[in-house]
Design a protein around this ligand. Structure first.
Ligand code: ATP
Ligand code: MG
Length: 496
């Protein structure tokens, strides 16, 4: 999928610790980025800024992806125009965010994010992270401002420190909570995370500006933090998850100094607001590289910090079947993403939490394993445990509960009631879960086939299928392999 990149690199890489005041300029003739790969809307924004007398660059992941021959997910623009100046240039523009003021330029559903360069000195302890360039799409401006106000007033981390020189506000952990101090491009670069994410594409002459050796690192397929890795992870622990995500997505090697602190500092993820970890979890698992993200997170010890109950179950002696279900489910999700089909957080969390939920159901007496109350209680407790780290918005945990509550009715359809299950709004997702359970050996495959047929046959042919249904079966533990004969307590087939 990845094209080899062609770069003509004659001069040595810029040093990482001391900020270079001048960029290495890679002219258009020496790199492969062509305007035909850039979204027309992003180009419109860049040109309009330029005509307005401002500097305008593409920056971040889109430049990296263009060099790698990958179609960028989004295009981020950086400029020396102030947010108000950007607004004046575009009628279709809104300013968002209070902590980090950004301009969004709208073209129908397409949004180009325009950030004003922010001032920063060389990476140093307590320095601020950049905001996510990808703010929660479902959050409208008003609720975002409300949330940010609430966070500013938050009593838990209430100690707010103001830096008189920079006008930034920090919480007591050194996390920046207000930063609208604007600067120049050569200041902006030091706030970026990885060298591969810190290249600027200049619309004035189509050259690339490289202050940190990012072009060389991309060519070598190397992920390297800008600045001192310990410091950069401490000031924003989400960078550890971003390292794992880029390792998974791009297949880059982590530079040893970038990889080394991960095991030591992963506990810092506990300081990150759960809402932000929810966003990052979706980016890790719903970006088309979910299987690889899981592998990297486990290998780097980060799953234990992000979702400890999930990691513990996968590592336990009962974990193999839940792992098979999760990996297969993520592989299906990856395929759906590459086919441009919809994927849902409810389903993702059902896959991730399958093991912890099975464990909680199995803690109840066997005669209660089929009870809706037992199942829902297990779902709620597993979600609550996960939420200590990763927020799971209610609309998604509700979907997950329904998928699990439907499993006994799918495994043991009773007469005509099966038709009602077929009409349940959550049937499709619940059936997909049953299918995965069957493929992982956690449910009888013949039952999954039966539902497949029931959906396919003409209504008249359904009757005999319903009439042929047998009686009730005894419950079996949801985490146990179906038909496993050599268990200490052999069980007959039964549902979650
Ligand atoms: P992708 O869009 O493919 O997920 P990306 O690198 O574009 O990857 P975004 O989250 O879109 O990631 O961020 C855009 C850019 O903003 C990054 O490339 C990086 O330069 C900067 N950035 C984002 N998050 C951080 C962070 N936590 N710390 C430092 N820089 C960041
Ligand atoms: Mg991006």
């Amino acid at each position: 999928m990845l094209k080899p990149i062609e770069l003509n690199l004659n001069s040595p890489a810029a040093p990482l610790q001391a900020p270079a005041t001048t960029a290495r300029i890679i002219p258009r003739s020496d790199h492969t980025i062509s305007r035909s790969g850039i979204s027309p809307n992003a180009l419109r924004v860049l040109y309009r800024l330029r005509e307005g007398g401002f500097q305008a660059f593409l920056v971040g992941g889109c430049v990296r992806d263009l060099l790698l021959g990958i179609e960028p997910k989004d295009f981020d623009v950086a400029t020396d125009a102030l947010p108000e100046e950007v607004r004046k240039l575009f009628r279709n523009c809104r300013l968002i965010g209070r902590r980090f003021r950004l301009a969004h330029v709208y073209f129908g559903r397409d949004i180009i994010e325009v950030a004003t360069f922010r001032a920063a000195t060389a990476p140093s302890p307590g320095q601020d992270p950049l905001p996510d360039a990808d703010p929660d799409a479902e959050e409208d401006e008003e609720s975002q401002i409300e949330r940010e106000d609430a966070e500013l007033a938050e009593p838990a981390d209430a100690a707010v420190f103001a830096d008189a020189d920079t006008e930034r506000l920090f919480d007591k952990t050194g996390r920046i909570i207000y930063d609208n101090v604007y600067g120049t491009v050569d200041e902006d670069v030091w706030r970026r995370d990885f060298t591969a994410n810190a290249l600027y594409y200049n619309i004035a002459d189509f050259s690339l500006w490289d202050y940190v050796g990012g072009a060389e690192d991309i060519a070598a397929r190397r992920l390297r933090l800008i600045g001192d890795p310990d410091t950069r992870y401490r000031e924003d622990p989400v960078r550890m998850l971003r390292a794992a995500r880029f390792e998974a997505k791009l297949g880059f090697d982590l530079d040893p100094a970038t990889a080394e602190p991960l095991a030591r500092l992963r506990g810092r993820l506990a300081d990150v607001p759960p809402a932000r970890l929810f966003d990052e979890t979706l980016k890790l698992f719903l970006n088309g590289c979910g299987v690889r993200s899981l592998e990297v997170l486990r290998r780097r010890g980060l799953l234990a910090a992000l979702l400890p109950t999930v990691d513990a179950y996968l590592e336990s002696d009962r974990g193999a079947s839940a792992e098979a279900l999760l990996v297969r489910g993520l592989a299906n999700t990856d395929r759906r993403v590459s086919d441009g089909k919809a994927v849902t957080p409810s389903f993702l969390f059902a896959l991730l939490l399958y093991g912890p939920i099975a464990r909680l159901i199995e803690a109840a007496p066997p005669e209660r394993w089929h009870d809706t109350a037992t199942i829902l209680d297990a779902c709620d407790r597993a979600v609550r445990d996960a939420q200590k780290h990763v927020l799971i918005p209610r609309r998604f945990s509700l979907g997950l509960r329904e998928m699990f509550a439907l499993q006994p009715r799918l495994e043991h359809p009773r007469g005509r009631r099966a038709l009602r299950v077929l009409e349940h709004p959550r049937f499709r997702a619940a059936y997909d879960l049953l299918l995965l359970r069957a493929q992982a050996g956690l449910a009888p495959p013949e039952r999954a086939d039966w539902w497949k047929r029931l959906q396919e046959v003409a209504p008249a042919e359904r009757e005999p299928m319903l009439d042929a249904l047998g009686g009730e079966a005894a419950p079996r533990p949801p985490g146990a392999r179906h038909g496993a004969r050599r268990r200490r307590r052999p069980r007959s087939a039964g549902p979650v």
